[in-house]
Ligand binder design. Structure first.
Ligand SMILES: [Zn+2]
Ligand SMILES: [Zn+2]
Length: 435
């Protein structure tokens, strides 16, 4: 979104870089006194963690998102976790249209077993002979980056992984036969920033080397060109979160509970050697252990920050009258991408369910420039009112980062490739590191 689009009639601007009133007495009053820093050019001067903007979800969809520099307007989703949506793929956000259930083409199969997400990929992107002759079924989308998609496939109760290029609409192949069929929720994956590798998290398969071993988690790094397992590391816990540092092609990840006896830790790990660079042993200070409350871990676009989502997991969604009874407590912890040190925590309430509903409902989104974070929250006892808050993130103080923020706030993303600049600078504006 460019600066031109940011001056819609529904947007009120006070023209000063001041923080919005954080008092909850009259949230609509606060939203009326809205401040759009990108209109007054003072964003980079605002102090980190300042609440820059607050509006209702309806306002957000009606233009405030674009005016505040965000491409993401979808912050709620009715999809079921691990069926319709998962942590790296949301049906609503990715814009996949639900398939017409009355269509006779689909009537031969027991529909209830298939989530819409799996259906969409199986019918649209899997070659016919793979499903009809080789009996591969799509269970879910594990992860995607730009046009590359990694699918969780099953065949004869074995889990496999499939690689798909949506850009050329080609199924590239199958890798990683696991001799057991995993539930979707047991798996996680991420494609490396240079798209050459894929890191998958899955339960260890007992019976191979250590029959009596408890089920732990293994991280497996696959080469996506050769579709081969490169290396693996068995961890001491049965769950962890990880994400690739966007600055290091595939070589560095952040991972939780990587080291033994650390049940609340975040480590920066060199993936080519499995060596720990830094560890923060107290990630969430209000919990003794990270799981099951930890729900998401991601890097900011430039890799300078790590963002962890920790929520309480009490379910209120099974009974209709309970749904609006109590909101979830959500905490966004933010760490340094270089040292894993804790920098900040933002807490808020949200009426949703972290166990059954799509994570889009409580996961923050970043602005196009990567320097602001938006969260969707509720005020307790007002479940019908959804508010979006935009916070300023700390800025890396170098000329390249500052220029990138200003340029991204003033030029629409699709104009970037046409700017009269060297390709390397255009890549940098698109957060593509030099590989
Ligand atoms: Zn969703
Ligand atoms: Zn629930």
């Amino acid at each position: 979104m460019g600066a031109e689009e940011s001056k819609g009639p529904s947007v009120s601007v006070n023209g000063r870089g001041e923080a919005v009133d954080q008092g909850w007495g009259d949230p609509r009053g606060a939203a009326a006194a809205v401040d759009f820093p990108n209109s007054c050019g003072q964003l980079t001067e605002a102090v980190a963690w300042t609440l820059l903007h607050q509006c209702t979800l309806d306002n957000w969809k009606d233009g405030h998102a674009g005016a505040a520099g965000f491409a993401e307007t979808i912050l709620t989703c009715d999809g079921l976790l691990h069926k319709d949506c998962n942590f790296s793929f949301c049906m609503s956000r990715q814009g996949i249209i639900s398939i017409n259930k009355a269509n006779s083409i689909f009537s031969f199969r027991k529909r209830s077993k298939f989530a819409k997400m799996a259906e969409h990929f199986e019918y649209n992107h899997i070659p016919a002979q793979m499903s009809s002759i080789n009996h591969f079924r799509v269970k879910s989308v594990l992860c995607f980056r730009e046009n590359l998609v990694v699918l969780h496939l099953t065949r004869n109760t074995n889990s496999h992984f499939g690689l798909l290029d949506l850009g050329i609409n080609k199924f590239l192949g199958v890798f990683g036969n696991r001799h057991v069929e995993f539930a979707n929720e047991a798996l996680a994956g991420e494609i490396s920033p240079d798209q050459s590798k894929c890191l998958l998290r899955m339960p260890t398969v007992p019976g191979h080397t250590r029959p009596q071993a408890p089920v732990n988690v293994v991280l497996q790094l696959y080469d996506l060109k050769a579709m081969q397992l490169l290396r693996e590391m068995e961890l001491y816990f049965n769950i962890c979160h990880f994400c690739f540092d966007p600055r290091f092609s595939w070589q560095r990840i952040a991972v939780t509970n990587f080291e033994a006896n650390h049940t609340n830790s975040l480590s920066l790990v060199q993936l080519d050697t499995w060596q720990t660079v830094h560890t923060n042993s107290t990630v969430a200070d209000i919990h003794h252990i990270l799981y099951p409350c930890m729900k998401d871990l991601s890097y900011s676009k430039d890799g300078s920050l790590l963002i962890a989502v920790v929520v309480d997991i009490t379910c209120y969604c099974r009974e209709k009258r309970m749904r609006t009874c109590r909101p979830l407590h959500c905490s966004i912890y933010i760490f340094s991408g270089d040292t894993a040190d804790t920098l900040h925590c933002i807490q808020y309430h949200r009426y949703t369910c972290a166990r059954h509903l799509c994570p889009v409902n409580y996961t923050p989104v970043l602005s196009v420039c990567g320097n602001r974070m938006a969260i969707l929250m509720n005020i307790p006892y007002m479940p019908g009112q959804n508010y979006v808050q935009v916070y300023k993130l700390p800025t890396v103080n170098n000329l390249q980062s500052l220029c990138r923020i200003v340029i991204l706030q003033n030029f629409a993303t699709h104009h970037l490739p046409q700017l009269p600049l060297p390709q390397k600078i255009i890549d940098s504006l698109q957060f593509k590191p030099e590989f």
